[in-house]
Design a protein around this ligand. Structure first.
Ligand code: FAD
Length: 302
């Protein structure tokens, strides 16, 4: 969508919001799929309430983009604009066992920064691409840990109240790839509490996790990580693999040969190719096991 409302266009510079017209989401998502729209880069958190009131007042639909590593986006001219927090330094600081981190910070950098300061716990998150904000929304996790366990406080824009608020941990629930945040909440910053651990020990854990990823995931191909959540007590990847579906493809969208729950874009896959692949694999698993797999990937395909 190309923003054309003169009131919005005039207000953006005052709000410290940069408009990047004609942005291709194929270039901003790890799957490399997605159409074109205007991207609004937000440099000041405090601008969000006014910006969103303006967009809503003009009936401009919007979506919020983190690092784009868990998204499947439709092709063509997109019917909404995309908001994103600009990355600004410094984006993290420590205070004893607490890390205060901006939502736009890179998750991997956060893990290593904390590790170098003898704060551990998040070793499993090394290799999870994307931002801290995206990790909070998704409750990202791996190898038996999840970011939610370390969250003490989240600063966020609450669309329902149209203002910025701070939520304490006892008001947030983090479950497997699910959180109690409202769909239109926008995470701005987080306070994490991390256990003290010597750097050498943390580094050892990081190396083990890195090695597990390298040996089991198609890290040099375009993907959005796992497409489906694991069903209770099961493994989506194992079921897909047992059905002999590694390598199954629709156009250039393909079930990875390496990890059956990673679907990769091996060339010029369209959103429709990837959606069809997801639907067909979902159907085959349901027919064979009676299990309704739930998407882990977020669809912006409507
Ligand atoms: C190779 C690879 C490996 C992966 N491995 C793992 C893994 O081991 N474990 C795991 O959990 N995930 C994994 N993922 C998936 C993905 O990296 C995570 O879900 C990540 O946390 C998404 O963050 P993001 O910033 O890229 O979010 P995006 O993909 O940009 O967005 C995902 C969702 O979060 C919302 N969002 C993003 N930022 C914010 C914010 N600040 N406030 C509110 N909502 C926001 C978006 O609107 C969207 O709904 C992997 C992905 C890849 C490509």
């Amino acid at each position: 969508m190309k923003l054309s409302d003169p009131r919005i266009l005039a207000a953006l510079p005052e709000l410290g919001v940069e408009r990047i017209g004609g942005t291709s989401l194929a270039e901003r998502t790890s799957l490399g799929i997605g159409g074109i729209t205007d991207l609004l880069l937000i440099r000041r958190h405090s601008a969000l309430p006014d910006l969103i009131v303006l967009l809503r007042g003009a009936s401009v639909a919007y979506k919020f983009l983190g690092g784009g590593t868990n998204l499947l986006v439709r092709d063509g001219e997109l019917p909404w604009v995309v908001l994103q927090l600009a990355h600004q330094e410094p984006d993290m600081r420590l205070e004893g066992n607490y890390a205060h981190v901006d939502a736009a910070a890179d998750l991997g950098r956060t893990v290593t920064f904390c590790a170098k300061n003898d704060l551990g716990g998040m070793e499993g998150l090394i290799g999870v691409p994307g931002t801290v904000g995206g990790a909070l929304r998704m409750n990202a996790g791996a190898y038996g840990m999840q970011i939610g366990s370390y969250v003490r406080r989240v600063e966020l824009y609450r669309a329902a109240e149209a203002r910025i608020e701070t939520l304490r941990q006892n008001h947030i629930s983090f479950e497997y790839r699910h959180t109690s945040f409202a769909p239109d909440d926008i995470m701005l910053a987080v306070k994490l509490e991390l256990p003290s651990k010597p750097y050498r020990e943390i580094l050892q854990g990081i190396r083990v996790c890195n090695e597990k990823r390298r040996s089991s995931q198609p890290l040099n191909q375009k993907s959005a990580g796992c497409i489906f959540k694991n069903p209770p007590g099961g493994s989506a990847g194992r079921m897909i693999d047992e059905l002999g579906l590694k390598g199954f493809s629709v156009g250039d969208a393909r079930v990875s040969d390496r990890h059956a729950n990673f679907f990769v874009n091996v060339g010029r896959a369209t959103s429709a190719d990837m959606l069809s692949l997801i639907a067909q694999i979902h159907e085959r698993v349901h027919a064979a096991y009676g299990v309704e797999l739930e998407n882990e990937v977020i669809l912006w395909t409507e």
